[in-house]
Design a protein. Structure first.
Length: 212
């Protein structure tokens, strides 16, 4: 059931939630097998059984807790777009928060394609309600996260259009790779005058990570 839900998941949050719940039957099976072998066959060492059961339960708890932290979300209306990878949300209560898109980067200020990248992001989200799956929080009101407008994966769309690059040194998510490779092959957007080395240097100068 949970494996099917993982396959049908349309967002990372749903996938992570399904993957976490899928650990529950695994734990029950492990505990059942250990109990069966110990009490039915009267075999095995009790301390070893308890150790195996404890490690399995501990791993499940760690997975659940880390998944909950990773899946933290905020929702708000985009009121400003600073660059091709940064926006400002108006949130409930009248406050605002700056959002740096995770995993990717875009040209800044006077760099080649910076105005076009910013405009493309504006066209996607400005004035719209978006959902942000946060991956960190910096000093003040600044967060890093994956942005969705409805079912549209904004981060991935920017990479697909050649309006942003994938910062491979700052994420384990390799799902961007084929989309960026195709954008490079087609010389879309910034890739008409940008190399992968340029992108690597830019990612290091403006990384998609929490800044204090």
């Amino acid at each position: 059931m949970f494996e099917l839900r993982c396959v049908l998941a349309q967002t990372p949050a749903v996938y992570l939630d399904s993957a976490r719940w899928a650990q529950v039957p695994v734990v029950l099976v492990v505990l059942s097998v250990l109990a069966f072998v110990r009490f039915y066959f009267d075999a095995g060492r009790m301390w070893l059984a308890w150790a195996a059961a404890g490690l399995r339960v501990a791993a499940t708890i760690v997975t659940a807790v880390s998944g909950l932290a990773a899946a933290a979300e905020i929702t708000g209306r985009v009121v400003a777009v600073t660059s091709g990878d940064t926006m400002t949300l108006a949130v409930e209560g009248g406050g605002s928060v700056a959002v740096r898109l995770s995993d990717i980067g875009a040209p800044q200020q006077s760099a080649f394609y910076a105005p076009s990248s910013r405009q493309l992001l504006e066209n996607m989200v400005l004035g719209k309600t978006v959902r942000v799956e946060t991956s960190g929080k910096g000093g003040g009101k600044r967060i890093v996260g994956h942005v969705y407008r409805g079912l549209l994966d904004v981060n991935l769309e920017l990479v697909t259009l050649g309006a942003a690059w994938f910062c491979m040194e700052y994420t384990n998510d390799t799902s961007y790779v084929p989309y960026q490779s195709e954008a490079i092959r087609q010389q879309r957007g910034l890739w008409s005058r940008t190399t992968t080395f340029d992108a690597l240097v830019a990612c290091r100068a403006n990384p998609p990570v929490v800044k204090s």
